[in-house]
Design a protein around this ligand. Structure first.
Ligand code: HEM
Length: 141
């Protein structure tokens, strides 16, 4: 399913790469690798570590992985289990200021470096993560 054109890292829409192309290029294995590389950094992080559920990191890993798979046109497990993503509402309990946003993006960009996904998909994901992380800021500073 094609749901509009994803943006490139430069913020422009790239008509050559659709969202379902991203899922096809990355696949379950690529998203699992990416999210695994992200969460491996979380417990040791001074800003993000305390925010995440220490007793349910595998659960958190699965929720983010399934969300990305769903968002980029793969099987809708996330929607089946969690319903509508409502990301702003679900992040409301966490204190997300500019510093937390920067840190989240930095850890995810390191995870992207490590996961070495197909370049077109990598570019779309970097733009998506930066935009979504900015959208989730819910505290000044
Ligand atoms: C801006 C910095 C961000 C912070 C500090 C943050 C923090 C968190 C925390 C602490 C959780 C709870 C973990 C869990 O139990 O699932 C969470 C969940 C989640 N986050 Fe974020 N997040 C950020 C950005 C993002 C971005 C950019 C995305 C999308 C790509 C995202 C997608 C999700 C999803 C899908 C969940 C699970 C929601 C659910 O179904 O409960 N987050 N986030």
């Amino acid at each position: 399913m094609i749901r509009g054109k994803p943006r490139t890292a430069s913020g422009r829409y790239d008509p050559r790469v659709t969202e379902s192309d991203v899922y096809e290029a990355v696949g379950e294995a690529g998203f699992t690798r990416l999210v695994g590389a992200f969460y491996a950094q979380v417990p040791g992080d001074d800003i993000l570590g305390p925010m995440y559920p220490q007793d349910d990191l595998p659960g958190a890993e699965e929720r983010l992985r399934d969300f990305l798979v769903f968002r980029f046109g793969g099987p809708p497990r996330y929607a089946e289990r969690r319903g509508h993503p409502r990301l702003r509402a679900r992040h409301a309990p966490f204190r997300i200021d500019g510093a937390a946003r920067e840190r989240w993006v930095r850890l995810m960009e390191r995870a992207l470096d490590e996961a070495a996904l197909a370049p077109e998909a990598d570019a779309v994901l970097r733009g998506f993560f930066r935009d979504t992380a900015s959208f989730l800021i819910n505290r000044p500073g």
